[in-house]
Unconditional design. Sequence first.
Length: 222
Amino acid sequence: MHALTRSELHTPTPARAAGLLYVIIILAGLSAEFLVRGPLASGLSVPTEAVAAMLRRSALLDAAMVLADVGLAVLLFGLLRPLGAGLALAAMVFRLVQAALIAMGLVLLLAGAEGLIPDPAATLLLHGMAYDIGLLFFGVNGVLSAVLLPRLGGIGPVLGAGLAAAGLVYGAGSTLRIVAPDLVEAFAPAYLIVIVAEVAFCAWLLTGARAAQRVTTRQARA
């Protein structure tokens, strides 16, 4: 394989593209959860005619998140494959299953907007269930990725530890949703670990994930 040219070195790397997709996921996910679904779920007085519009807005933000997540899954597979092809493939599959389950939640939001689910609270509850089950698969994705990242050396072990902790939080939160839903609210502060870990991983990708890129480049030149 040929050495990288000057123009190739200045083009956006797959890692940076993955980082940008991660930014979309974070912004769309937080906006949907706290700015749109939050007022509905909190019991605030929302005009009846505005409920359908808010549910549609939530679905649109979730759709943007799912599309970005599918692209991110593919890019991360390419980035992590040199570190362990089997684990990288498994991580991608679990992330795609999560995306599929969140996409299913879009149907529930739109059903609520169309009045097929008359109670907005029931719509949000069903959507939240689909979302949380999806995060169970995402938690496995995080743990699998955490196994691979330490192989980079440098900051890899730190990022891996963060993603492993985030994966365990996701897994525990989703399990509580299944077996002990009354404890979900009390467990919510643990998701601060998730925010820190995912923002750190996103920042690493945006800086070019140089260690991973070096591994990929060596594989290409071999």
